[in-house]
Every structure is written in C-alpha cells, then in structure tokens.
Design a protein around this ligand. Structure first.
Ligand SMILES: Nc1ncnc2c1ncn2[C@@H]1O[C@H](COP(=O)(O)OP(=O)(O)OP(=O)(O)O)[C@@H](O)[C@H]1O
Ligand SMILES: CC(=O)N[C@H]1[C@@H]2OC[C@@H](O2)[C@@H](O)[C@@H]1O[C@H](C)C(=O)O
Length: 371
C-alpha cells in the first residue's frame, strides 16, 4: 500500500432502503479531499421488498444470500456509473468501502448484520473491498454505530464554523455527532428518522417518501402521539447508543393507529416525532451546539427542517452551505473508513460508540488477482 493519498469509493445502502449512494473521495485516512463525484442507484420495488423481508434476520439464511448477491450487483452498477461519470478507471481506485444493508442491529446481544457479498464486488469491479465495518466494534462491546462521526470531524476541521457544532444525519434513522472546541466527540442515534414517515407514505400513496414534506406541511400534528412516543426509555439512555431501523416501530404504529389520523395529519405527527427525538438528544450533549448542519435525504423535508429550526433555537442549515454534498456524506464516509482500515487507524471511539478504547474495524477482501 502506498504512503500517500488513495482514491477511494464509498458506498452506503441506508436504512431507508431507497437505494445505493456511491461517492469518490481522495484521502490519506486523516484528511479528505472530496471530488464532488457521486451517484445514486435506486432499488427497484421488488428488490426493496425482498430486502425488507430480511429485516429481523438474526442469522444468515439461504434466501437472504440471494438478496445479498442481488443488492451487490446494484453496487457493481453504481461503481461502474461512478467511474464513467468521474473519468477515473478502476485501476486508479485503491479501495471500495462497502457498507452493505443492515438487516439486524442489536449490539446488546453482540449482533449487527450488514448483508452484501464483498468478494463478489471485488471480483466484478477488480478493486479491493473493505466491508464488515461494524463487527469489531460490537465484538469489543461498542454499539457498532454510528461510525460517521470520525468522518464528520475530518470534514469539520476545515469548515471554519464555531464550535461546539452538531452534524445531524436524517435518513431512515437519525444520528448526531457533537464536536467540541477541543475536538471532543460525542455521537449517538437520536431516534427513528424518516423510516416511519416513509412507511406511512408507502401505505397511503404507494411511494415511500413525503416529497419535500408537502404532506406533513398540509396536516395537523397530534401532540399526544409525540408525548407518548417520548416516554420510550431510549430517550433517557445516556449516549453513546444506537438503534435498529425497526426499534420503536410497533410503538409508533400503535400510537398512530389509535389516534385514527388522516394521511396528512399522520405525516405531520410522524415528522414531529422525528424532530422531537432529535431535540430530546440535546439534553445529552456536553454543551449546546452553536449551530446544526444537516445531511441525509431527510434534510429535503422542509417541514422537518422548519420544525427543527423552531425547536432548537440556533441556526439549522443543510451541510450543502458548507459546500458538502448532503446526499453523499455517508457514502463518502465509507470510502474514508476503508482507507482508515488500510492504515490501521481507528474507526470508532469511546465517545462515538461507547467502545472502551479507540477501535479499528473492517475486513479487506482482495481481488483474486491480487490475493
Ligand atoms: N425530496 C425529499 N423530500 C423529503 N424527504 C426526502 C427527499 N428525498 C429523500 N428524502 C428522505 O430521505 C431519506 C433517505 O435519506 P438517506 O438516503 O440519507 O437515508 P439512508 O442512508 O437510507 O438512511 P440512514 O441514514 O438511516 O442509513 C428517506 O427517508 C426519504 O424519505
Ligand atoms: C446499524 C446501522 O446500520 N446504523 C446506521 C443507521 O443509519 C443511520 C444511523 O442508523 C447510523 O447509526 C448508522 O449509519 C451511519 C452511516 C453511521 O454508522 O454513522
């Protein structure tokens, strides 16, 4: 491996099940240069449903492996599209960071499962792959998530913003990274992000998104649902802490069903729950952030962004104002983490996953030619 900078492709298949984000970065494992090249490849509805059927699998099954191979093929397409778009050839790329699809996450039982077939990705692209990013952390007693904080901190180093600052990701689950003036890090999953809203919209419209928050904006939120939702003990738990996409799903679905809400009122209520979970996390931060910078697809939901701004009372902006690509941060992160694996640098820290010591992670899958 060279001592210098490496071109790395990172890929994330997030909890919202919308598709694969892929991004090309250059990094030495510490600093990062964003290239601005990224692609998104949506899953078709049938693969999405087959992936959804794997949620809750505590162990691998034969049918799950077929799904893993199929989702890996979507990642192969994403790599090829990204190479074509960037004009970079496979031989110039040092590594792919392949997150895979989380189907089950229960760190307290020592289990976190991301499906995908890394050796197949390496074979089909001709590029070495690093995968299995969360396993070492969980094996060492950590939460296994979130892993993005070290990348958020690397990007923030040159952002020139006042500390402390919060980087908030809103996807299917939402997670926050608090960065203090002395580079201190505290991170955790805030609560369900837009997953419940997506599922609500899928049930009512056949499309799993409230585009720009238009439906929520036209509804009236039920405050009692939010109050009962906040009774979940997760919100009092001291971070670091993490969630499975399906955690709290039954509670929220039950509360919304009991309230007998219209589509618009349900959307507003679920969006308010997303916001309330984030705001509840402020109590756990060492000092109030001077500003919040939001990444992930959820930042496109204008209803959620307006509610956050109102309730947090400090500037809440999309990370795009920092010239980051808010849709590609997680994908870029896994390129960065892949290079950190190659450099034996830690991916997680006591303040980010609760692991006792800074923890290295990931596993390298070489192409047959290189092995
Ligand atoms: N234009 C839009 N308006 C409103 N919401 C949007 C829009 N585009 C995407 N979203 C929401 O963004 C979410 C997907 O974002 P993203 O791809 O960052 O999440 P993910 O990576 O799948 O999930 P996670 O971060 O939990 O792993 C979905 O919940 C979707 O509803
Ligand atoms: C177990 C798992 O896949 N967790 C995801 C999920 O999606 C958002 C949030 O929950 C975060 O904890 C994590 O992903 C990001 C990329 C992370 O590890 O930072």
């Amino acid at each position: 491996m060279t001592d210098g900078w490496i071109k790395a492709i990172g890929m994330m298949s997030g909890t919202s099940l919308d598709g694969v984000d892929a991004a090309l970065i250059e990094t030495d494992g510490i600093e990062v240069r964003r290239t601005g090249h990224s692609v998104f490849v949506a899953y078709d509805a049938s693969l999405r449903e087959r992936m959804r059927a794997c949620f809750g699998n505590r162990a691998a099954t034969n049918s799950e492996q077929v799904v893993a191979d199929d989702l890996t093929d979507v990642h192969v397409n994403a790599v090829n599209m990204l190479l074509e778009k960037s004009g970079v050839v496979a031989a110039e790329v040092g590594v792919i960071g392949f997150h895979g699809q989380t189907v089950f996450h229960e760190p307290a039982s020592g289990i976190t499962r991301q499906i995908g077939t890394p050796y197949m990705l390496a074979e089909k692209t001709g590029i070495p792959v690093v995968a299995d990013f969360r396993l070492a952390d969980v094996a060492a007693g950590g939460e296994g998530a979130p892993l993005a904080p070290v990348y958020h901190a690397a990007l923030m180093k040159s952002a020139g913003v006042e500390m402390p600052v919060a980087v908030l990701n809103i996807g299917g689950v939402s997670n926050v990274t608090w960065i203090g003036p002395d580079d201190a890090l505290l991170a955790f999953d805030c609560g369900p992000g837009n997953a419940r809203l997506d599922d609500w919209m899928l049930r009512h419209t056949g499309t799993p998104v409230d585009m720009n928050g238009a439906t929520a904006s036209s509804g009236q939120a039920d405050p009692m649902v939010e109050v009962k939702f906040l009774e979940d003990p997760y919100f009092d738990r001291v971070p670091p802490k993490s969630l499975d996409r399906e955690d709290m799903a039954a509670t929220i679905d039950g509360l919304v069903a009991e309230a007998k809400l219209s589509m618009a009122d349900g959307a507003a209520t679920l969006a308010n729950c997303t916001v309330a979970a984030i705001v509840a996390g402020v109590n756990h931060l060492p000092a109030a952030p001077k500003g919040w910078f939001v990444c992930g697809g959820g930042r496109h939901n204008q209803y959620v962004m307006a509610q956050l701004q109102e309730r947090l009372g400090v500037p809440v902006k999309s990370v795009d104002v920092l010239d980051w690509d808010g849709d590609a941060v997680e994908a870029e992160c896994f390129g960065y983490l892949a290079v950190r694996h190659l450099r034996d640098l830690p991916l997680s820290f006591p303040g980010t996953t609760g692991v006792a010591e800074p923890c290295c992670g990931g596993k390298l899958y070489q192409t047959k030619k290189a092995a």
